[in-house]
Design a protein around this ligand. Structure first.
Ligand SMILES: *[C@@H]1O[C@H](CO)[C@@H](O)[C@H](O)[C@H]1NC(C)=O
Ligand SMILES: *[C@@H]1O[C@H](CO)[C@@H](O)[C@H](O)[C@H]1NC(C)=O
Ligand SMILES: *[C@@H]1O[C@H](CO)[C@@H](O)[C@H](O)[C@H]1NC(C)=O
Length: 299
């Protein structure tokens, strides 16, 4: 006889009640957006708005210009067709520290390109200094490697099967080296701090440079976070959006009536035991001795 295999009617009712009680407030597109945009770490980098990573998040979690790539704990960002290694993100001062990937472990290159920043969003800051890399200079190595300008580092690069002199020099001093007849140059921003005592140009370049960021609705984002939300960017509207934990956003902040609710001081999601604790638990148990079987019907 098949009947005993069906769960008791009372447990079905309890199950439905359980769902109507706890489910509806977690179901809405806003909630999806909020949880999809949870900040996460890639290696030592904490990724949150305006930054986002397409490997782990939806595009609305950040601004299109702040898309990061997270590969085995290495974070990179593409700007104006160049790739950079992300060294640090300081959300408080809104400063991104990054290094050119093409010069990351080798200052020698055959693509002599300067960094271009999208100045609507990124700008060099006062910790940076302008330096110049000079390549393919003068007569063969040994002749010119005695150049002695304070802060200038000489190195050599393989060119046409031999080695040619190259120099790392402050852009204000670069004029003093014009007699060397260097054929190529790259302007680089570096950390002033990194140049001090550096003996090798690699050690300077790998420490990168800093850019401050702007233009991503910082004020609106602060308000959104204070109201309990997470900042996002609506790609189709190309506009800031505030993602709220369990209600629709209102005027780019999460509505006030909800912020003093459990969200402001998050309570843990109810465990089955807690869900059945008074006043619900005992009442059900009185009426239905089968109440616990509602869980076995899930398994
Ligand atoms: C990550 O970066 C480290 C150091 O820069 C490098 O040794 C390693 O190969 C990189 N890993 C990947 C997957 O790129
Ligand atoms: C490189 O830097 C020098 C010296 O600061 C400057 O005169 C020159 O215009 C810069 N070149 C480019 C392409 O930015
Ligand atoms: C973006 O805005 C459009 C139009 O208002 C809306 O339909 C869509 O749901 C929004 N997307 C997000 C992720 O907020």
């Amino acid at each position: 006889m098949a009947l005993p295999l069906l769960p008791p009617l009372s447990s079905i009712i309890n199950t439905l009640f359980f769902f109507t009680l706890f489910f509806p407030k977690y179901v809405s597109s806003d909630v999806e957006g909020y949880s999809a945009c949870e900040p996460f770490s890639c290696g030592e980098i904490d990724i949150r708005y305006p930054f986002w990573s397409s490997d782990h998040q939806q595009s609305y979690c950040g601004h299109p210009k702040f898309k990061l790539d997270c590969q085995q704990d290495n974070v990179t960002i593409d700007m104006m067709s160049q790739r950079f290694h992300v060294i640090d993100i300081d959300q408080t001062s809104k400063v991104l520290k990054m290094a050119r990937l093409d010069l990351w472990d080798d200052p020698c290159t055959d693509e002599y390109s300067n960094v271009k920043l999208d100045s609507d969003f990124f700008n060099y800051n006062s910790n940076d200094d302008d330096y110049t890399l000079l390549y393919d200079c003068g007569p063969p190595v040994t002749y010119t490697s005695s150049v002695n300008i304070k802060g200038t580092i000489s190195f050599s690069c393989p060119i046409d099967g031999g080695f040619r002199d190259a120099f790392f020099v402050s852009s204000t001093d670069v004029g003093n080296l014009k007699d060397l007849g260097c054929k190529h140059s790259i302007n680089v921003s570096v950390l002033r701090e990194a140049v001090k005592d550096a003996l090798q140009v690699e050690n300077v370049l790998e420490k990168g440079f800093e850019v401050g960021w702007i233009g991503v609705d910082e004020g609106q984002c602060d308000g959104c976070i204070k109201s309990g939300g997470r900042c996002g960017h609506n790609v189709s509207k190309d506009a800031f959006t505030c993602l709220c934990p369990n209600q629709q956003s209102y005027d780019e902040v999460c509505s006030k009536s909800q912020t003093s609710s459990p969200l402001a001081a998050p309570t843990p999601k109810p465990t089955p035991e807690q869900a059945l604790s008074p006043p619900f638990g005992p009442k059900f148990q009185e009426k239905s001795p089968h109440a616990p079987s509602m869980y076995s019907s899930f398994s």
